[in-house]
Design a protein around this ligand. Structure first.
Ligand code: IDP
Ligand code: MG
Length: 153
């Protein structure tokens, strides 16, 4: 089954909505396979946001991601990457559809509550960046047969 990385950004911690956001993923039926609080560094953000290195907002983005610790989550499910991206919504909270996390909880292009991996390939790279192997847990959900038909699992 597919796994994806979600980071609850400092904007989520400062707003006190960490539980609400995680609750959405749990209710959807995604399995929480890993979760930890961590203080990000310049080095890890240089890697994580390498595609934005040339942008004028890069420094401010990195500073905003280090303003408090973040909560890193590994979520698992069938097609988890695209499911979580759909739940996350467009990058800019003002443009994100109501019903999505960014659409419901923020007004900003930068302070947009969550990071979510954008492809299975990047999810694997990002999970390895934020989690050690032993921090990802492989228990079987008791409700699995009620979440997916046998052909879907
Ligand atoms: P994504 O988070 O929706 O995948 P990316 O383009 O990968 O969007 O950008 C990573 C993060 O960089 C965004 O979540 C947001 O916090 C920040 N960001 C992206 N574009 C802008 C911008 O134009 N101004 C300020 N911050 C931005
Ligand atoms: Mg991205």
């Amino acid at each position: 089954m597919e796994q994806t990385l979600v980071l609850l950004k400092p904007s989520a911690l400062q707003r006190g909505i960490v539980g609400e956001i995680i609750n959405r993923f749990e209710k959807k039926g995604l399995r929480l396979a890993g979760m930890k609080m961590m203080q990000l560094t310049d080095e890890i953000l240089d890697e994580h946001y390498a595609h934005l290195r040339e942008k004028s907002f890069f420094r401010e983005l990195k500073d905003s991601m280090m303003a408090t610790p973040v909560i890193a989550c590994c979520l698992e499910g069938v097609e988890a990457v695209q499911v979580v991206r759909a739940m996350t919504g467009a990058t800019n909270g003002r443009a994100a559809a109501p019903g999505t996390i960014r659409g419901d909880y923020c007004m900003s292009n930068q302070h947009n509550i969550v990071h979510a991996s954008d492809s299975p390939e990047n999810a694997a790279i990002e999970l390895a960046r934020f989690f050690k192997r032993e921090e990802i847990f492989g228990y079987e959900p008791a409700t699995l047969s009620f979440k997916y038909s046998s052909g879907e699992r």
